[in-house]
Design a protein around this ligand. Structure first.
Ligand code: ZN
Length: 302
């Protein structure tokens, strides 16, 4: 028998770098607090555009291999030891942006059978028994095929695990979507536009470029990761082919070179389970802990 840590968090992401951008502070915080943090990444992102000119020769499998090393470094920065590629390294290929011919590649994640991929993820859920799963919304946050597919696979895997007969199954008590409250995004972009002349990026992105932005009243949960801001920035820097973090670590850009705010409070919408809202000062009647209301127990598994 092995004893699992009392609190277990599983995150499902499409490409290496998504986890650090969306959840880097959350992951670092819970890892530091002794929770088991498990990341499942669905593809190696081998169709991503590369920022540093000296690395632009990397494409396809070579880029995938490089991005796996970046992911490894990012997880070291966050203190997360358990990260996996869905179905094993290289099982699912990056599908490219929506509408590209790459979407039709039979090996890409967009073409994967959702049930098969969800079966692979359900095995991880049954092993880890997370009380909290973090995923994207049904548009994948911003419409990228791999993000949409990651949403479908994550939600189906949660259902498969609950219905699994082996080991009695595992019902995940809380499932969240990655979110950013619209007012937070708007305020951050206002400040960004003022500070743009001091940044190494020529132009600002817009609120619409940020995945997962919704009206504030949909936000159930805010995780203050301010104390882990340096870890998040280091993790994002580790994804150097994809992300450039500005000095000061409050802004970053992707390969489109448009400046975006780097959020160190990370936001979520609880979509399965009951929110346990915090009525304390500054909490805005949101949850301040993903595990709020969850009975944490040291499960024994064979
Ligand atoms: Zn992505």
């Amino acid at each position: 028998m092995t004893e699992l840590p009392a609190r277990r968090l599983l995150l499902v992401h499409a490409h290496p770098d998504d986890e650090s951008i969306n959840n880097g502070a959350t992951m670092a915080r819970y890892a530091a607090e002794g929770a088991r943090v498990t990341l499942v990444t669905c593809t190696l992102g081998e169709r991503g555009e590369v920022i540093p000119p000296e690395l632009r020769h990397l494409t396809g499998a070579a880029l995938g291999e490089h991005r796996l090393r970046e992911l490894t470094d990012a997880m070291a920065a966050l203190g997360v030891g358990d990260f996996r590629l869905l179905g094993g390294v290289g099982r699912y290929g990056d599908s490219g942006m929506m509408g590209m011919a790459d979407n039709d590649d039979p090996g890409c994640f967009w073409q994967a059978a959702v049930d098969e991929a969800a079966t692979a993820l359900a095995e991880v859920i049954l092993e880890v028994r997370p009380q909290v799963v973090v995923a994207y919304d049904d548009n994948g946050g911003y419409g990228h095929p791999d993000h949409i597919q990651a949403h479908r696979v994550a939600l189906r895997a949660v259902d498969f695990a609950a219905g699994a007969e082996a080991g009695g199954g595992w019902s995940v008590p809380k499932v969240y979507y990655n979110r950013v409250p619209r007012s937070v995004a708007e305020t951050a972009f206002d400040r960004l536009r003022e500070e743009l002349p001091t940044l190494p990026f020529g132009k600002s992105a817009a609120v619409a470029d940020v995945p997962g932005v919704v009206d504030d009243d949909r936000i159930t949960t805010a995780i203050d990761g301010t104390a882990y801001a340096p870890a998040k920035a280091a993790a994002m820097r580790a994804h150097a082919t994809q992300i450039e973090v500005a000095p000061g670590e409050r802004y970053f850009a992707l390969s489109n070179e448009l400046a975006q705010p780097l959020f160190t409070t990370e936001y979520y919408e609880l979509v399965r389970g009951e929110p346990v809202r915090d009525s304390g000062p500054g909490a805005q009647n949101r949850e301040t802990d993903l595990f709020a209301g969850v009975e944490a127990g040291n499960e024994e598994v064979a």
